[in-house]
Design a protein around this ligand. Sequence first.
Ligand code: NDP
Ligand code: 1BO
Length: 315
Amino acid sequence: MAQASLDPHYFELASGHTIPSVGLGTWRSGSKASDAVRTAVAGYRHIDTAAEYGVQEEVGAGLQSAMQAGVDRMQLFITSKLWSEDLSPDRVRNALKNTLKELKLDYLDLYLIHWPFHLKQGASTPPREGELLDFDMEGVWREMEKLVRDKLVKDIGVSNFTITKLNKLLQFAEIKPSVCQIEMHPGWRNDKMLEACKKNGIHVTAYSPLGSSEGDRDLIHDPTVMKVARKLNRTPGQVLVRWALQRGTSVIPKSTHDGRIKENIQVFGWEIPDEEFKALSSIKEQRRALDGEMLFVNKEAGPYKSVAELWDNED
Ligand code: NDP
Ligand code: 1BO
């Protein structure tokens, strides 16, 4: 059963491994990713990246510097993700090997299915007719399980799954997903998904915890968040990261600015009191920053003709 560990810097996974509570996000970090990783490893132990972010070589360079400076690989927790164009059983292992090569690592701590939608190689954004293919979930998962058995990855998991898709996966998984990475912040609490994961012993990592640079969900300037931050004498970023921790999720804020990277991890040794936690958890406007429409919806040809269909009409 996934649970909070006694050390607040880590959560325990059902596999018996631990995941650091706060990690550095790297989506849209571009050429600044190496420096961001170098800054981060002074306090962070978890780096979240993905083949699709196009920054794995930069992340790898940052990790190499850190390790040359004395950080032990065993102390680091590196997550990457299998992109949708590689979402077929015959492509999984090569995709992982390419990721390891770019990161200059010989294993990952966590490998996730990035999105549960299979894109044809070279598909457009948004996909044209015929560019979304069938997703053989069981075949892909079997290959992910083999990566664990071959010690190329320590844990496997999913991202952007719905309860429907999670239940389907759990029916055949021999190795259960340790982690589900999903959008979560006070402006998109996603309570039902959090509950479903907890019930199944799956740890949740909250992505876009600050509301993301994507979309228009700027939580840093949300009046409730700002009010709580003023009251607690913390920054809005710290309040948002701390809120995620108090929900029992690990959390991966992204920044390429040294000051913010350091600020976002000053979230231990203090708490958001009940009243303020409830206020943050009651923000009325609940809406995703990243709904997947641009990536996977084709309104005319489908197979997903709307955002609601992507999320199995669960919202
Ligand atoms: P975040 O919610 O982490 O927000 C990042 C934005 O906030 C950037 O514009 C950043 O700017 C800014 N920022 C960071 N810290 C502060 C601060 N203290 N005060 C004010 N602004 C701040 O967004 P992301 O969408 O990047 O999510 C985080 C990570 O989660 C991603 O980088 C990625 O690793 C992962 N993710 C995973 C997804 C998935 O499909 N599995 C989807 C989306 C994200 P700046 O860099 O200039 O500081
Ligand atoms: C392009 C993928 C969305 C961020 O994980």
